[in-house]
Structures are given as structure tokens and as C-alpha cells.
Write a protein that binds this ligand. Structure first.
Ligand code: SF4
Length: 388
């Protein structure tokens, strides 16, 4: 992992982005914003799963009119996502949102963008200046459109160059307004291009960067596409706030973003980490089912204990190395380990409950300061007991 890239810092409702602040997770509601109850419910769901900031779309006046009430009830800062209508941005700012997302390319004239910038300055709120592959080409000026389309067909690099060029031209507006409370983003569908574009932006500008892959698809494929791009960038120290997006329930996006940051050591876990053997020909129980049950059962424990579910007593203890609590299952029975000690052997029907009980007991001891996580992991040699 490289050092995090040095950037400016902006404040979004008391949460810092950039300038060495912890990397934040964002998501976006899928409810019509004007439907206050369902929108607030989704914002709360995101926040409960670890989302730091939530964006809401405000395509109509009735959406911005709902913001006042939503802001009163939201447990995290809210970002208004504005396209085409600068009035929506002004209304959202007036309502008290904590950040605006704007694509100056789809706001009709410069004076309108200037007004939004002035209103944000007055309220002390930042603006994300974003370009997106899907809307990068000029729509009004035919000559510009032809040039830009030619750039895209020339080679793969053409899109990356065009995105950087557009951002540069948008940023000129902000710089002429002497406004530096800016977060940048450039979203592509292709993971390799997303890496290239964001590297180029990181080299050229010192504003914080919002990372994401656009139109990534359903989780089954979008997950790989998003993680491929984001993990490469984050490992290079690039990226200050992330959003993973799928064509699916948004809570999955937050969970995956959180797991990504935790896996890269960029966020501290606040809940159990589950590791499990990949299964092989030695397996004698339905381990996949057990792993799913353990995963669901551990929800609600708010201590980052490492729990391992292993499929045999031959390699299980060795492969569970580093775990605080583990079960090494054999035919009909499982051996439970807690911080390196074999504590009990239970029948298959009791494995789930026994593992859960030991996890809760250890979590309680950790919370009371009587045990330390990772201090004694499962390294015991395989037990000599005949599991059959
Ligand atoms: S723990 Fe046992 S069953 Fe699981 S992959 Fe390793 S050797 Fe195979």
C-alpha cells in the first residue's frame, strides 16, 4: 500500500473528505426523494450498515421541498444530486443540504453555475464536480460534439483524455470564482479506464477524489468490476470517498464498500470478520450452509472478533490461524477453539450455537477489557481425538 495522496480537505456536515481524513463510504437512495418516509428509512438503513454520507436525487421541486424534513430525520449528512436544473441546487442549498453534486456540463449557462457556487460559498458547503462516461460528450454544440466523438473513437485513451479535459474546463469556472471546496469524480463503466482516468486526475489536481464505477451492473458482475478498479486505486493511495453501485438493493453496495476498505486496512472493523475454508475433498459436513448460518447469527455483535469456520480437523486449526474463535468440523462433530485453546467438542446440531455463544462470550470479555483480540489465535495442532 502506498501513502495516501495528499489533497485539500472539505467538510461535509462535520465529516471531512480528503486531507488525510478516513476514507468515507457513500451511497444513494433509490426512492423518490419527495417520498419522505421511504427515503428516510433508506438513509437510516444505509447509515446502520456503515454509510457515512447519503446522496439523494432532486429532479423536481417537490423533491427539494422534501429536503427540510429529510434533513431533520437523517442520521448522516445529505448530498443533493443535481442535473440540468440549477434552481434545484439553489433550493437544496437553501434547505440545508451538506453538499451538492453538480455536472457543470449539463447546466445551461455559466451564470447559473456561478450562482450555485455563490450560494455554496455563503453556506460553507462543498460541491462535487463530476463527469460521467455516459454524459461526457457535448450535446448542444454540434462542432464540439463531433470533435469529442472523434476523440472517443480514436482509441481507448480518448475517453480518459476527454474526461480529464472536461474536468479541467469545469474547474476553471470554480477557480475563477475562487472556490476550492471541491471534490472531483470521473466515472467510467470500464474498470481499466476508471483506473487510468483517476490516476491522471490524481496527478493533475489536488482536490479530494470520489471513486466509483458507473453502470457496473448487477452485483454478480458489478462487484468484481467495481472492486477491481477501486482496490487498484486505493492501494496506490488514490481516493478519499467511495461509492460502489449496483443494479440491486443499495445496502449491498455499502456492505461491499465497507468490506473493501476493511480488507485494505483503510477502515477499522466494528463487527466480526468471518473466515471460512474453501472446502475440499476432506469435507464431511455441509460447510457452505453452516457458513451462511454463522454469518447471519453474528450480525449484531459489535466487536471485530475474527471467527473461522473450518471443514476438517486435519488442516482446520492451522488454516484458522489468526482467528479468535473457530470451529473445525468433522463428521457429525466440531471442535471449538477460543483464542488458541480447544474449549469444547459439540455435535453437528450444536455447532452453530456453540460458536455463537463463544463469540458472544469473547466479545463481552473484550468489551470489559478482560481479553484482547488477536492476542492468542488458533494455532493448536490437530486434536488426536478420533472424530468418527
Ligand atoms: S480446512 Fe480441511 S476441509 Fe477445509 S479446505 Fe482445508 S483441508 Fe479442506
Amino acid at each position: 500500500m502506498r501513502m495516501r495522496r495528499a489533497t485539500r480537505q472539505v467538510q461535509v456536515g462535520g465529516i471531512a473528505i480528503g486531507g488525510g481524513a478516513p476514507i468515507t463510504i457513500q451511497s444513494m437512495t433509490s426512492t423518490p426523494t419527495r417520498e419522505i418516509d421511504s427515503t428516510v428509512a433508506q438513509i437510516r438503513e444505509f447509515a446502520a450498515s456503515g454509510c457515512d454520507l447519503v446522496r439523494v436525487a432532486v429532479p423536481t421541486r417537490s423533491d427539494t421541498e422534501a429536503l427540510g424534513e429529510i434533513l431533520k430525520q437523517a442520521p448522516v449528512p445529505i448530498i443533493a444530486d443535481v442535473h440540468f436544473h440549477y434552481e434545484r441546487a439553489l433550493e437544496a442549498i437553501e434547505a440545508g443540504v451538506h453538499k451538492i453534486r453538480l455536472n457543470p456540463g449539463n447546466i445551461a449557462d455559466r451564470a447559473q453555475v456561478d450562482r450555485v457556487i455563490a450560494a455554496c460559498r455563503e453556506r460553507g458547503i462543498p460541491i462535487r464536480v463530476g463527469v460521467n462516461e455516459g454524459s461526457i460528450v457535448e450535446r448542444v454544440d454540434k462542432a464540439v460534439r463531433a470533435t469529442e466523438q472523434a476523440m472517443l473513437t480514436e482509441n481507448r485513451q480518448g475517453l480518459a483524455d476527454l474526461m480529464v479535459r472536461k474536468l479541467e474546463s469545469f474547474l476553471r469556472i470554480f477557480e475563477e470564482n475562487d472556490f476550492a471546496e471541491v471534490v472531483l469524480s470521473a466515472k467510467c463503466i470500464d474498470a481499466v479506464l476508471a483506473i487510468e482516468v483517476n490516476r491522471a486526475i490524481a496527478e493533475r489536481f489536488d482536490y479530494p477524489l470520489h471513486l466509483g464505477v458507473t453502470h457496473a451492473g448487477p452485483p454478480e458482475t458489478g462487484r468484481i468490476r467495481s472492486i477491481a478498479a477501486l482496490s487498484a486505486l486505493l492501494a496506490e493511495g488514490i481516493g478519499d470517498t467511495v461509492r460502489i453501485s449496483y443494479a440491486a438493493e443499495s445496502a449491498e453496495e455499502v456492505a461491499d464498500a465497507k468490506e473493501l476498505l476493511c480488507s485494505l486496512g483503510l477502515r477499522q472493523r466494528d463487527e466480526p470478520e468471518l473466515i471460512a475454508c474453501p472446502t475440499c475433498g476432506r469435507i464431511e459436513i455441509d460447510l457452505v450452509k453452516l457458513v451462511g448460518e454463522v454469518r447471519r447469527k453474528l450480525v449484531g455483535i459489535n466487536t471485530p472478533i475474527k471467527v473461522a469456520v473450518m471443514g476438517c480437523v486435519v488442516n482446520g486449526p492451522g488454516e484458522a490461524e489468526g482467528a479468535d474463535v473457530a470451529v473445525c468440523a468433522g463428521k457429525g462433530r466440531g471442535v471449538i477453539y477460543v483464542q488458541g485453546q480447544q474449549v469444547r467438542t459439540v455435535g453437528e446440531a450444536d455447532m452453530l450455537d456453540a460458536l455463537y455463544e463463544e463469540s458472544v462470550r469473547l466479545a463481552d470479555r473484550v468489551e470489559r477489557g478482560e481479553a484482547q483480540l488477536g492476542s492468542a489465535s488458533v494455532t493448536s495442532p490437530p486434536p488426536q481425538t478420533n472424530m468418527r
